[in-house]
Design a protein around this ligand. Structure first.
Ligand code: SF4
Length: 303
């Protein structure tokens, strides 16, 4: 298995690229230094940041170890759980989630755009914002399939944390972290009156106890915004389908476990190759073209 993180975990966003075209994702990982951020991608990132800053401050924390970096995720989760429980906030953005879903042997990490908590019912909703650069229209069916899987995976990861399905041992094993390592001074400073949780293991226990007081995610929604006015033009409700997600995730996981080679797009989706930067050299595409030409030559010679 190879990942941008040295095989320790996979970003949910990488799975979305994999769904679009697995071969393209591999080529991008093989050339990570290439600058691929387009103006539209930059505008989307800026819009996400502006929305985050509208509901919460960004605080710099000095990180001295991988354990510190993971502790910051836990501090964010604790803050969200306590704010929702006390009614101090009803919206939190850029929420870290992680876990090893469906026993596939992979560890996933992701950042949920937005979690809303209804103050009356204590119902939690996950909202994933997608921005559109050129028009107030929904993206292609293929693109929307990746968005649906993304928001369903976020619910799955979040709910697994709430039900206690993610253990300290799983985290330590996959991320190669030491649960008994004392956290850095600045991390402890930001823990405030929870400074007694001075190791990653004790902080994880504390965070999981807070999370397990929350309900499961009730609704998953995609919010499409136009970059020109930063306004939402369509909300799309996504029906969570655990059987579909499990099957789709298992297909993705086979590649990461090394059970099969990377695949390019099927013939019906060859239109994706037209805008792919690797089209001229893509081994998958060139092989498919050769197969089609060969079939045509055979058909001609039989006539
Ligand atoms: Fe995928 Fe087509 Fe690009 Fe090859 S050329 S990486 S099959 S999109």
């Amino acid at each position: 298995m190879f990942t941008k993180t040295g095989g320790k975990y996979i970003w949910v966003s990488d799975l979305m690229k994999q769904l679009w075209c697995e071969q393209q994702m591999v080529y991008e990982m093989e050339e990570p230094s290439l600058e691929r951020e387009t103006p539209a991608m930059k505008a989307g990132t800026d819009l996400h940041l502006a929305r985050e800053l509208a509901v919460q401050d960004i605080v710099n924390v000095e990180i001295t170890s991988p354990e510190d970096a993971f502790a910051v995720k836990l501090i964010n989760l604790i803050g969200m759980a306590e704010d929702f429980a006390t009614g101090a906030a009803c919206v939190r953005r850029e929420i870290p989630v992680f876990g090893a879903p469906y026993g596939e042997g992979l560890f996933l990490s992701g950042i949920v755009d937005e979690i809303r908590c209804d103050a009356e019912t204590f119902q939690l909703d996950v909202v994933e914002m997608k921005t559109r650069a050129n028009s107030k229209t929904l993206p292609s069916t293929s693109q929307m399939a990746t968005h649906r899987m993304q928001v369903m995976l976020y619910k799955k990861l979040f709910d697994d944390l709430v039900r206690g399905a993610v253990t300290k041992a799983t985290i330590a094993l996959h991320l190669r972290l030491r649960l008994d390592r004392r956290l850095g001074d600045d991390v402890l400073h930001h823990l405030g009156d929870r400074r007694a949780c001075d190791t990653l293991g004790s902080l994880t226990d504390f965070a999981f106890a807070r999370l397990q007081s929350l309900p499961f995610v009730a609704r998953t929604t995609l919010e499409y915004c136009h970059q020109a006015d930063a306004c939402c033009f369509e909300m799309v409700a996504v029906d969570y389908d655990d059987a579909w997600l499990r099957a789709a995730y298992a297909r993705c996981a086979g590649f990461w476990r090394g059970a099969r080679a990377a695949r390019g797009v099927d013939v019906e989706e060859a239109w994706k190759c037209r805008t792919c930067e690797f089209a001229d050299t893509c081994a998958w595409r060139l092989r498919r073209i050769e197969e089609i030409l060969s079939e045509r030559r055979s058909a001609c010679s039989e006539r």
